[in-house]
Ligand binder design. Structure first.
Ligand SMILES: Nc1ncnc2c1ncn2[C@@H]1O[C@H](COP(=O)(O)OP(=O)(O)O)[C@@H](O)[C@H]1O
Ligand SMILES: [Mg+2]
Length: 324
């Protein structure tokens, strides 16, 4: 059995984490939420329906991850939020400002690191930050000051006078996040910021994201890494074929379906095939497989990957035995 969450359940889950709950009742007033996406559809000219009826909102200071495989529609969604693409239908508001009606206003409220971002190769790190500061309207003196601040925040002191072309992939992404954060925006949008980075650079970037979020910025980031979504994001939206299938904290995504634990065991006579059953109670799961005469099994906590595969209907085999 694979469980696919119907629209109705999904709406129920969403109401479980309204802004007011998250902020201990303080609440963002609806219009002031960092991001509201309402029934967004995007059809490209050649007929690809890349975003289908996507609705969600982001709350102050959270790291919101959009997780999905290549081609799921993540970049399409991001590019509508950053006003590079117009939605075919639906609405997007950033701190209450309409992205279609006032794209310049919306862009001034956010910092963006696009998926294919590039730096001017022959500028140094400091020159890059300074020039972008000036483009953002800072005076020469303020642009210098801000460049130095960011260099120290990003711990790029040793690289301040290095030309961008000589930086490692991880350091380049650091500089890009610095550019996005230059004007201290309330919303930072990162499209697959860690794709292609080595493990240490990924972790450095996670820390940077955490720092910005702890200072109150809302982070919207896409990823196709399950472990990244699980380790870094306060809430994760799962996107597949242009649809947002669920969005909640990883713990809630797991527990909403009683999928906190799993027991995996090999199936006799099936060429080493294994089956997995899921449930709320690990001891009860163990009893169930023991009752079937299974002696070799492994018990573990459900990962986001399990939830993901179950939601997207991909190849989770549980032998039809998880009906509770
Ligand atoms: N400019 C475009 N014109 C037509 N189809 C596009 C365009 N950009 C993306 N697509 C298609 O839209 C779908 C979603 O793409 P994308 O948003 O880039 O996904 P992701 O970022 O999750 O990999 C894919 O099928 C892709 O081929
Ligand atoms: Mg993409």
């Amino acid at each position: 059995m694979s469980w696919r969450m119907g629209r109705k359940n999904w709406m129920t889950m969403r109401t479980g984490t309204m802004a007011s709950e998250r902020n201990g009742g303080r609440g963002d007033s609806y219009g002031d939420l960092p991001l509201v996406v309402e029934s967004v559809n995007k059809r490209y000219r050649r007929g690809v329906h890349a975003n289908r009826d996507i609705s969600f909102e982001a709350y102050s200071g959270e790291v919101l991850g959009i997780l999905g495989p290549n081609g799921a529609g993540k970049t399409t969604l991001v590019r509508q939020i950053t006003t590079e693409l117009l939605p075919t239908s639906g609405e997007i508001r950033v701190f209450g400002v309409d992205a279609v009606k006032d794209p310049i206003g919306v862009k001034s409220l956010m910092g963006i690191v696009p998926q294919e971002a590039q730096l001017f190769e022959m500028l140094t790190v400091r020159e890059t930050l300074k020039i972008f500061g000036k483009l953002r309207g800072l005076s020469g003196r303020d642009a210098n000051r801000r460049a130095d601040e960011i260099i120290s925040e990003l711990r790029l002191d040793a690289h301040r006078n290095v030309v961008n072309v000589k930086l490692s992939g991880g350091l380049k992404r650091r500089v890009m996040v610095g550019l996005a954060a230059l004007a201290e925006p309330g919303l930072i949008v990162l499209d697959e910021p860690t794709t292609g980075l080595d493990p240490q650079s990924r972790r450095d970037l996670w820390n940077l994201v955490r720092e910005h979020s702890s200072r109150g910025a809302t982070i919207l980031m896409t990823t196709h890494y399950m472990d990244e979504a699980e380790a870094l994001c306060d809430r994760v939206g799962i996107i597949s074929n242009g649809r947002l299938l669920a969005l909640d904290s990883v713990e809630r995504l797991k527990s909403a379906h009683g999928y906190e634990f799993k027991v995996t065991y090999s199936v006799d006579g099936k060429n080493g095939a294994s089956e997995t059953i899921y449930g709320k109670d690990d001891r009860e799961l163990v009893e169930r497989v023991r009752a079937r005469g299974v002696r070799q099994f492994s018990v573990g906590r459900t990962t986001l990957e399990d939830v993901y595969l179950a939601l997207t209907g991909d190849e989770v085999t549980d032998g039809g035995s998880n009906a509770e």
